[in-house]
Design a protein. Sequence first.
Length: 105
Amino acid sequence: MSVEVRRRAAENAFQRAREAGHAVEQDDRFHAWIDEWIAGQIEMSEVARRYSALLRERSALRHARPAAPAVENIQDPGVLEANQPFDLGTAINRLMVEGEQFSKA
């Protein structure tokens, strides 16, 4: 899969999430991992593994300091998400499917 195919797939997935009213992760580490995937340096499964670790880290920090308000690094924390939360697994699967479709075209 080419860099351009991966880039378009990622942009499309993030755009669909925004249009659906979902907050999109803004953590620089996450976007660096997506950039590594786009460049073909890592597989999407590695992005998912790293992102899961990041979410576990955040959860542990929240539980360790319950008095401190949880601060999520999202576009607009004042906006409620749509009825269905953003599902990274589904977005990752779409990226992979779209990449395969673009590369066949």
